[in-house]
Design a protein around this ligand. Structure first.
Ligand SMILES: Nc1nc(=O)c2c([nH]1)NC[C@@H]1CN(c3ccc(C(=O)N[C@@H](CCC(=O)O)C(=O)O)cc3)CN21
Ligand SMILES: CC(C)C(=O)C(=O)O
Ligand SMILES: [Mg+2]
Length: 267
């Protein structure tokens, strides 16, 4: 049996140069399947807003949403490390509120670590959460909670000045005590440079092959989210037609009286 994933185990993988695999999950059945497949980290992302709830972006997602989805995922996971996103407005107002909300995800929901978006300006917040012995994963580059500042989901760090800022952000997040850093939507060469500069692992999404690991949204790799098609998504399966096939057959059989038969009925 595989060893349960822990923060020290992630550090060991990184030291040994093993790629770290991360996928999002928001519910029991998906989490169960990817855990059994051997995923290293299950991320309960605030992308639950776009994938499951049908919002246009991640901003409406609440702390209660994240607690609910994390509890479902935690019940399913036996081996992987469970990390949960702090949603918009749960950590930006002040450090005290950030600490309380990070604590809720661990205490009420069972997350083993939390993730939050932002670089240098978030260093103090990251350090305070880490001081409570809650491991923090950073997230810089294309940070979806900054959609209105960015003016849409745009690749970040293409200009020299922005690239320098992202490198400073990455250093600040590491310095604050984060155990890993998500790099989203930045040029591959910049992600390679940041990964080389840091001693903590980087987890890329749209950040090229030279990150220490990769993360994608489960609905995207299975063809269940047609809303966005970012260049960085690879569709590994197309399950929407399978779902449609099952639903079509059910509707047809109920309408014709083919279902239920005696086999599905009680005497
Ligand atoms: N299902 C899902 N997958 C995600 O990856 C995801 C979410 N939801 N919700 C929150 C954000 C939104 N994300 C996105 C969405 C679209 C692009 C996108 O279309 N990017 C353009 C880049 C354009 C440019 O060059 O600046 C692309 O072509 O990939 C990127 C990230 C990532 N996150
Ligand atoms: C895509 C990952 C990094 C994320 O933040 C999310 O799923 O919310
Ligand atoms: Mg997120």
């Amino acid at each position: 049996m595989r060893k349960p994933m822990t923060i020290p185990e992630i550090q060991k993988m990184h030291l040994q140069g093993e790629k770290i695999t991360v996928l999002t999950a928001y519910d029991y059945p998906f989490a169960r399947i990817m855990d059994e497949a051997g995923i290293d980290i299950v991320l309960v992302g605030d992308s639950v807003g776009s994938t499951v709830a049908g919002y246009d972006n991640t901003l409406p997602v609440t702390m209660d949403d994240m607690v609910y989805h994390t509890r479902a995922v935690v019940r399913a996971v036996r081996q992987a490390l469970v990390v949960t996103d702090l949603p918009f407005l749960s950590y930006q107002i002040d450090v005290t509120e950030a600490c309380r909300n990070a604590g809720r995800l661990v205490k009420e929901a069972g997350a083993q670590a939390v993730k939050l978006e932002g670089g240098e300006p978030m260093a103090e917040t990251i350090a305070a959460i880490v001081r409570m012995d809650i491991p923090v994963m950073g997230h810089i580059g294309l940070t979806p909670q900054s959609i209105h500042r960015m003016g849409g989901y745009r690749v970040q760090g293409r200009k020299d000045e922005q690239a320098r800022q992202l490198l400073a952000d990455a250093r600040a997040v590491e310095q604050a005590g984060a155990f890993a850093l998500v790099l989203e939507g930045i040029p591959a060469s910049l992600a390679r440079q940041i990964t080389a500069e840091l001693s903590i692992p980087t987890i890329g999404i749209g950040a090229g092959v030279d990150c220490s690991g990769q993360v994608l949204v489960i609905h995207d790799i299975l063809g269940l989210c047609e809303k966005y098609s970012p260049k960085f998504v690879k569709r590994y399966a197309d399950i929407a037609p399978l779902i449609r096939e099952g639903v079509d057959a059910y509707i047809r059989e109920v309408r014709t009286g083919e279902f239920p038969t005696a086999e599905h009925s009680f005497n």
